[in-house]
Design a protein around this ligand. Sequence first.
Ligand SMILES: Cc1ncc(COP(=O)(O)O)c(C=O)c1O
Length: 498
Amino acid sequence: MKHSNPIIAEMFDTQQFAETGHQLINLLAAHLEANITGPSKVLNWKMPSLEDSNWYAPLPHKSTINPHGLLEKLSQEILPNNLAIHHPRNMGHQVACPLPMAALCDLVASLTNQAMAVYEAGPSATMLERQVIRWLCALINESTWNNAGGVLTSGGAQANLTALLVARQVTTSKANPSSNIWKDGIAQQSALRILASEHAHYSVSRAAGLMGLGTDSVIKIATDKNGRLDLIALKNAHQTCLENKEIIIAVVANAGCTPTGSIDLLKTVGEFCQTHDLWFHVDGAHGASALLSGIHRKKLSGIELADSVVWDGHKLMYMPAAVSAVLFKNEQHSYAAFSQDASYLFQGDNHEDEAFNLSYRTLECTKRMMALKLWAAFSLYGTAGMGALVDEAFAKAITFAEKIQAQSDFVLLMKPETNIVCFRYLHDYSTQAQTNKHQSDIRQHIIESGAFHITQVDLHGVTWLRTTLMNPFTREQDLDELLGGVASASQAVLRMAE
Ligand SMILES: Cc1ncc(COP(=O)(O)O)c(C=O)c1O
């Protein structure tokens, strides 16, 4: 049916949608193929301040392009100037090169726009989410997580915030049953603390800030030489809190910390939390996907002791961003984060039916149908297929680490436990500051050349080059050439400084 207003008729023209859609898919398939083959640059580096001026355009009051022009703009300007996420030499961030079928599901999510705040605003979207949550909980532990539940959120940062809100509500009402921090605020509370690995993602401190606790309420627990939370340091911090009459709302362990990918000794930390009746939160945004791997899931032994777990789909589950899960061993806890009335949304008296209205449990009101892509990936490939991606990534990290160790002018930070590898290139500088700057200069040189994408991280005053080997198309040859590229970049940087 065509609308009587020609401009609106064009906006909703289904034939144009189908024709442009077919062309778009062809364009994206060619883009994907070119990326995977990898002959072009991984990044077409341009100075952001200069590039910014190229993107200034007058506000269009009338149409400036047709759908063909849109496709042209995509193929000529937008796609070539983005980071080539599927490029074998893209080794920077912990961002998945998404499964193409999952990307198609995101198109469905966009067009059908299920609001999902309440069941009726996305019935199958809600059911898909509930199914995916059940699968993720079963992967943690089929028997001890059989009363578990949770929700999908737009990203791990929001998932961490949600888990910590729950932890705060549950622990403070346990300490003082007449208190309701959600309603009364934090003013009357004793000091609240979060004990978190020094490598905890910044979203943990940010959550503390957002919750009004202040970022200083996060006590950073030192890690050992393998980047894992040090139990003695945890015990000491716990003792200090007890002496100061502070309430610990959560202990946060990492299952794959951001800087090095190290996995904390979850069983040890979990048992400590059980002994002392502490909320145990595992940030598995990066590494919980090791549960999909027959080879690597033992690294997460003890995750089942957690009260809450965060798990990102857009990392090692190879989903388009963003899709994360926040999971609670006791499903009832998932209602504790946002205990709020909104009668225009939630009208039922029947508590059981209300469980299908996901907004009770998320920060988001309108949220995207995030589960479809995960449901599709599990259904199409099974845990075997998804686990194979994890195995591939982790094995590549070990290969790369061995290559680094075999070269006398490189230092490896630690044997990788997941797929993050940190190293530095040695140069005969007298100060740490100079050597640090040299690593940053090398990285900048490499980024600007467009040959590779890598990142860097500062740990205890030392700068390391950091790679995240996510891409199943990264070959050994790419790893060898990265090391060669780092050495050449070092020479180039030194020459420029002369
Ligand atoms: C361990 C960890 N937690 C949380 C996050 C935040 O996740 P997101 O970027 O999905 O918000 C990250 C992001 O890299 C992470 O590495």
